[in-house]
Design a binder for this molecule. Sequence first.
Ligand code: NAI
Length: 427
Amino acid sequence: MSSYERVTAHVDDPETLREEGRRKMDWALQHMPILQSLREEFADEQPFAGETIGMAMHVEAKTAILVETLALGGAEVAVTGCNPLSTHDDVSVALDDVENVTSYAVRGVDDDGYYAAIESVIDHEPTITVDDGADMVFRIHQEHPELIDSIIGGAEETTTGVHRLRAMDEDGELDYPMFAVNDTPMKRLFDNVHGTGESALSAIAMTTNLSWAGKTVVVAGYGYCGKGVAKKAAGQDANVVVCEVEPRKALEAHMEGYDVLPMAEAAAEGDVFITTTGNKDVITREHFEQMQDGVLLANAGHFDVEINLDDLDDLAVDRYEARDGVESFEMADGRRLNVLAEGRLVNLAAPVGLGHPVEVMDQSFGIQAVCVRELVENGDAYDAGVHEVPDELDKEVAEVKLAAEDVAFDSLSDEQRDYMDSWQHGT
Ligand code: NAI
């Protein structure tokens, strides 16, 4: 059953739902010059004719434009969500209406529904996979190894997914090539830093209707995402405290003007806590015990394991919905600790979460699209395992974006190129 059938079974006016989803997609497309350019190329050249692309991504408007772009290039595409709360049902229904696309994504599914939808995508027998978090690649390896021979390869969107794939690769368990889209400059210097920074903060502000000014914001993890969150929070006049486990990252945060504290000390200081580590149990019982009344707890990392909600539930004498997207856990001493979006990545899973700004996702999905093209054109050149995205593809996408923004930039002269390539020149 596609998303259209599943979602529309519960609404009175499916046509309005579809139209609203299409409107969101059209708005996104207007601001995605990279995908606009690739759509024209793919529509002309039909590079994906005969391929089936299986995708597990956050199904909202920008992703829908990527899906549609791949379908316009001749692919049959089957897509589902990569998080139970990040799907926009209207977009999923609109996407399901696109020729050669089937969407199985529905917001608010339980674990069984989530994996059943992944299975439905796998039933299409994909020849290429596009993942955000590696759940589909993992599932194919675990449950459907017979499909692997006919899979050319895949592309992975996020840090946690690449991490998982590298762990599989190191154990000799990754049996087809995967591009680490996350690791390209065009993706993580923009999407992880600016995208997560802007969208996590705006989702928290809109969910709570509270100000950043004068708040103490504790950011756990000073990687690409944490750096963006810290910078944007400081830009809105919050006092930022960073927690890190990597000494050079902790030093970087210190040198960039933030207070650096262990979580055991930051817990008593913070008004807002935002986790961006990709790790588990970053905030646990010992931290909850020290927190002030009214704190906000939000996660921007991929999985919902960074804030230990079992510990929080153990400590709570009551829990209730304080606002849409905010659950209050009341402690025996009367303190209320407020968890946003069930501890799932707040910028996408909060009811008002729109994910990253459109322009940023244009870049990330531009890389996804050229990676799929590279697999179709040169898939034989890649062995099973995790691969860096070829640098010329990353540069190609950057150049399209610069042209669209009407930004001119310099190029090397032949003499400069020779100089940069030589080692004989000294003082
Ligand atoms: P990263 O690897 O650059 O940064 C993670 C940082 O967390 C590292 O510096 C690491 O040392 C630190 N860390 C690990 N365990 C820690 C702990 N217990 N306490 C404090 N710090 C700890 O990764 P990146 O790119 O920043 O991604 C972080 C997470 O965000 C990943 O799960 C990624 O998939 C996810 N992500 C979420 C997005 C969103 O839309 N919300 C967008 C992009 C990535």
